[in-house]
Write a protein that binds this ligand. Sequence first.
Ligand SMILES: Nc1nc2c(ncn2[C@@H]2O[C@H](COP(=O)(O)OP(=O)(O)OP(=O)(O)O)[C@@H](O)[C@H]2O)c(=O)[nH]1
Ligand SMILES: [Mg+2]
Length: 321
Amino acid sequence: MGQLAAGATPARRPPGATAQVTRSGFIALAGRPNVGKSTLANTIVGAKVAIVSDKPQTTRRAIRGVASGPDWQLVLVDLPGVQRPRDALTERMQQRVQSELADADGCLLVVNARQGVGPGDRFIAGLLRGAGAASGDTGGIPITIAVNKVDRTPPARVAAALADAEELGVGDEIFPVSARTGAGVGGLTDHLVARLPAGPAYFEPAQRSDQKTSVRLAELVREQVLARTREEVPHAVEVEVQEIRRRRDDLVAIEAVLLTETDSQKGILIGAQGRMIKSIGTAARRAIERELGARVHLELSVRVRRHWRADERVLDRLGIE
Ligand SMILES: Nc1nc2c(ncn2[C@@H]2O[C@H](COP(=O)(O)OP(=O)(O)OP(=O)(O)O)[C@@H](O)[C@H]2O)c(=O)[nH]1
Ligand SMILES: [Mg+2]
């Protein structure tokens, strides 16, 4: 991370992988929206590869996050939460979940300890079983379960969630973890690494994610939108970086557009006297400066694009495939 060069192409298994490692593979993260999949991916990778928010349906693309050791490489595939599709956007998100799960070497099913195991989790376990992915099925991929957010959950409730997770009948092993504090994540990572199949390094060890720079930066802007908006607005906003120009060695100029669906959403994003867009811009600029290791001039604008979530061409352009 931290360079301006476009990231690697998002091919699942990039050609030209050279380094000899003993074990490697792709582990797809499955779970309901908001259970902490992206937070967990970031903690395991040790870098921010995916944005996080307290709103459901934050993640819209499959994001590969790479963790490497001396003789292994674990590629975590962070995915949108499993939900019922409502439009072309959520339809694509669910298609992506299905195709990534079908291609993965293993699955990490994440559930929320605090809320416990519910119908949504059982539905996902059924999907995994139906896809022939349940451990023990012929040709199925191993599934590990992470019971997340134990930092905020009373021990009795954690114990109940662990027992219910076992009842799902799909996991080879169940780990209580806190993606936020890192508790239990080391043991989980060791387990995932130990179960990787033999294989090469698919990514350079220094590469942490497969996302293009323009998308990574757009996501950092969207993260600030998600942190400041509620109800329908977070779901109706996408961010597109239109230009990244290195002005000097230590200064990068970036232009980004916030796409939204209605004039009233546009008004909310701009805010009284432009205060909202200013606050989004200041926080996003700081995040981008950390990411690029350079000073950044960030110019944001807001554009209404009615029904962009139903517009296949817009989704193609945004790289939501
Ligand atoms: N207390 C606590 N909160 C957590 C933990 N992990 C994630 N969260 C919070 O849960 C919320 C959702 O986290 P995300 O990582 O965005 O969840 P996600 O599963 O990727 O969500 P989608 O992308 O919408 O499917 C955020 O507010 C996180 O800070 C944890 O271990 N403990
Ligand atoms: Mg996510």
